[in-house]
Ligand binder design. Structure first.
Ligand code: N2P
Length: 344
């Protein structure tokens, strides 16, 4: 009996110890959280968060691919990387019973083709990619479409997102193709189109885009809506507009990498992020759109009704959700992207 008790106690303490490492390693998009929210999580749970950021899906993917045991407990890939990653065995199946706040999510953003039953992904934010214009330099209305950015008068003016699928999306849309096109001839045509844009490109950047526009180091180009919402608050002449001919949308979702070592803490964090008050706070702090209906109800009108973050139904209908184009097309995009950057 004594031994039996001893063994039970040993197991219990081992289990507690395994669970008790109060650490969580989060790898998320830059500009997707506030320090306040991280501090609050640490205070409420006693779990220390090591928080690192990336600027493109490709960077995050490459890191996890190179070292599946890198130790990340939670990542936030976009739609078009979720399916790629779980098909390659890079993500763990999610135990929904550990995320009671899942119920707060907008059903319209769940059960999508890239993860039909949300077995691997839990929506964090959704975002859009549009045109950025500083109206002190260019009158509002002088630009309405991606194709305008090719005009000769904008030599050396543009900031283009340093992100292969984003940059290609505007060329593909301009050519009348889908932003998710897989036809090698169309991808090549988009590459050639982007080459024609190079004289107008001042720089490729993603993580510093907001401050570059705020400081007016670039006054025209492309950007992610949340970043530009924040930039507009600092410099009201920086405007975001939805191109008439279409643009891309992305749903960025929380996922648990296969090599995660603090899975229970990851669940706690995911559930915390889905709390209405927290989801509202991160949306307000970043300008990105919340997939959380309960949070949206709490939001001040200024954010809930602002059309950069939440475009109206007609504008939304012109958006195309980014999807995975598959390994063959991806390789073609990557090849041309590199050629483009060499030419830049
Ligand atoms: C970058 C956020 C990017 C979101 N700050 C892309 N879906």
């Amino acid at each position: 009996m004594k031994y039996f008790l001893f063994i039970i106690l040993l197991f219990v303490s081992l289990a507690v110890w395994a669970d008790d490492e109060k650490i969580l390693n989060v790898y998320n998009w830059s500009g997707y959280i506030s320090d306040d929210v991280l501090n609050q999580f640490e205070k409420e749970t006693g779990i220390h968060v090591n928080y690192t950021t990336y600027d493109s899906n490709e960077t995050m993917y490459a890191k996890l691919k190179a070292d599946p045991d890198a130790g990340y407990d939670m990542v936030v890939p976009s739609t078009y990387f979720i399916d790629r990653m779980y098909k390659q065995g890079m993500l763990q199946k999610i135990d929904r019973s550990k995320i009671p706040n899942f119920k707060n999510l907008n059903p319209a953003l769940l059960n999508k083709a890239f993860d039909p039953h949300n077995q691997y992904s839990i929506p964090y934010f959704w975002s859009t990619t549009g045109i950025v214009i500083n109206t002190q330099y260019y009158p509002a209305g002088s630009i309405t479409n991606w194709s305008d950015l090719w005009k000769g008068q904008y030599k050396d003016q543009l900031l283009i997102l340093d992100d292969v699928r984003e940059a290609f999306s505007m060329a593909l849309i301009t050519l009348g193709y889908s932003a998710n096109d897989v036809d090698p001839a169309h991808i090549k045509a988009a590459y050639l189109k982007l080459r024609q844009l190079l004289p107008n490109v001042r720089l490729f950047n993603d993580e510093a885009a907001a401050s570059i526009y705020i400081d007016e180091d670039a006054v025209l180009g492309m950007g992610w809506n949340g970043d530009i919402y924040m930039a507009n608050k600092e410099n009201p002449k920086v405007k975001f507009l939805y191109p008439k001919g279409g643009y891309v949308l992305s749903l960025d979702s929380m996922a648990i990498p296969r090599g995660a070592r603090h899975v229970e803490n990851a669940y706690k964090f995911i559930n915390f992020i889905l709390r209405p008050d927290i989801a509202m706070q991160i949306s307000m702090a970043t300008g990105y759109a919340s997939p959380n209906l309960a949070a949206q109800k709490l939001m001040p009108k200024a954010l809930a009704q602002n059309e950069i973050t939440y475009p109206d139904a007609a504008t939304l209908a012109r958006g195309e959700v980014q999807t995975d184009v598959g390994p063959a097309a991806n390789a073609i995009y990557e090849k041309y992207w590199e050629l483009l950057k060499i030419g830049a």
